[in-house]
Design a protein around this ligand. Structure first.
Ligand SMILES: [Zn+2]
Length: 194
């Protein structure tokens, strides 16, 4: 489950009973911590132990991941997003990898996954954008499957920011996709609360 990156705020929401179970919408309570993780961020490696929660309704446990992450990815979502944007703008894998300090195979893996599901991403984020902003007009085609998917992410990001306040767009993407933007299994993408 993806939450905002400000730990103190998430902790206050958790203790205050303001976080809802993604499965049944009942209240989540604190339930210890998960194992330590390392995230490669632009600012350097970040180590932390994610909060674990337990639902008071269905008793399911959920790990809270900050929205700077994607599920099972070691790199910050902003870095992954920058690689996707650069590639759509015409930059090659190797050059992106060197610039971002990430192995070329890793960048190739992100791009392959993204390109393989552009229609799903476009459809999901267009739905998100309309749910957030019912006054939104139609989302115009950007010219290719990948560009259309990126455009839908941007539109959903703007709709989110209008409603909840500004936030880096890739962090919004992480939240709206429940961290599953590049997950192996697309069912996590399809079963978000949208
Ligand atoms: Zn539950």
């Amino acid at each position: 489950m993806i939450v905002c990156v400000e730990e103190a705020r998430v902790e206050a929401e958790l203790v205050g009973g303001l976080l809802a179970c993604p499965s049944c919408r009942e209240v989540l309570g604190p339930w210890g911590h998960a194992r330590e993780r390392v995230l490669r961020r632009v600012s350097g490696d970040w180590r932390w132990r994610p909060r674990r929660t337990r639902c008071r309704g269905c008793a399911g446990t959920h790990v809270l991941l900050p929205d700077v992450c994607l599920l099972r990815r070691q790199d910050e979502v902003a870095v992954i997003g920058a690689a996707i944007e650069a590639n759509v703008a015409g930059e090659g894998c190797r050059s992106i990898a060197e610039r971002l300090g990430v192995p070329a195979d890793t960048v190739r893996g992100w791009l392959r996954r993204f390109v393989g599901r552009t229609e799903l991403i476009r459809a999901l984020f267009t739905r998100c954008a309309l749910a957030l902003d019912p006054m939104l007009g139609s989302v115009l085609p950007a010219g290719s499957g990948v560009a259309d998917a990126l455009e839908a992410l941007a539109v959903a990001g703007r709709a989110w920011a209008l409603r909840f306040g500004p936030r880096p767009v890739w962090q919004i993407v992480s939240r709206l996709s429940a961290g599953g933007l590049l997950a192996r299994n697309t069912s996590s993408l399809a079963t978000t609360w949208w």
